[in-house]
Design a protein around this ligand. Sequence first.
Ligand code: V47
Length: 370
Amino acid sequence: MLSRVASAGLGDIAEKLDHGERLTLDDGVRLFETPDLFAVGWLANRERERRHGGRTYFNYNIRIEATNVCVASCLFCAFARLKPGDEGSYTLSLEQAWEKLRQRRLQPLTEIHVVNGLHPDLPFDYYLELLRGFKRIRPDIHLKCFTAVEIAFFSDLYGMSDEQVLRELMAAGLDSLPGGGAEIFAERVRRKICHDKCDADRYLAIHRTAHRLGMRSNVTMLYGHIERADERVDHMLRTRALQDETGGFQAFIPLAFHPDNNQMRKLPAPTASDTLRVHAVARLMCDNIPHVKAFWIATGVEVAQTSLWFGVDDLDGTVQEEKIYHMAGAKTPELLTTDDITRLIRSAGREPVERDTLYKEVRTSEWANW
Ligand code: V47
């Protein structure tokens, strides 16, 4: 296989990886440009197996999107509605949001993932109470809530520093931050697809602060729209640089662009081979981030399963009730059971490991009394 890697013009990259040398922007672009996807995948798989062997992580989680009212006008978004009362807009009352968790009291959930629109009228107390209520119902559950973009919005709207916002949310029960809102860090792309939300420096600064305060977080990358290969690699390198400083990122999560019902609908969706390549290159570039996650809702279940041989070691989880991708045309199911996920992983020749949000091994199938 090494001779094939050399024929693909990647021999020097293989050597760097063997010597623990870091890949550069130019290396990353070459990994995107070489036609030999299999060679790139093989290198990424080697790195994946060096870190995790065949272990493949997933968790028993639920997603709650409390409101889709959003003042931002991201071109790729099919979920947001500008104002309360606009057709298709919704905002859950606190009771309704808590009820979603109560209805699942028999499920051995370990995590709630909350992502919302940027609602201009809700008081900060709504979010604090949302968290407190979840913890009252299930004190043991991990709350992975609010993207850095939401945190920046709260600080600006409620007149607080990012650190104050994070501290207050933590006191109310916030345990970690999800990776959403990163899109592509490059200014050229951000200006075009999401000009009115926080910029890359602020996104990264909020994650830096969250890590300093003791929280873990993830980072995403929205790909397959107007970004170039060098901008993808730049995104990975900026993430890697912050990880060198803090060590607080757990997973890098490429997110495949879905073109239905949004202002970029003329663009085609990324292909399966592009998806496999992006995950593989992320594994190779982000050498200091423990996990590369394929979000099966976005990639499709079959491609997510295949990606387990292209650098990926994490499949997110059961998810349940996902809206952002389904409103943008995702044909994936809204939920996989832990049995479904385990079967997918096993039949790919990998070893399923159920985890909590912080990657501690758990076996919810053995929990009694749920
Ligand atoms: O930031 C929105 C993306 C993200 C579209 O941290 C779209 O574990 C593709 O953050 N096509 C939210 N993508 C989802 C998210 C996430 C997902 C999985 C795991 C984690 C984690 C976080 O969804 C947004 C945006 O980048 N998005 N619209 C679309 N049409």
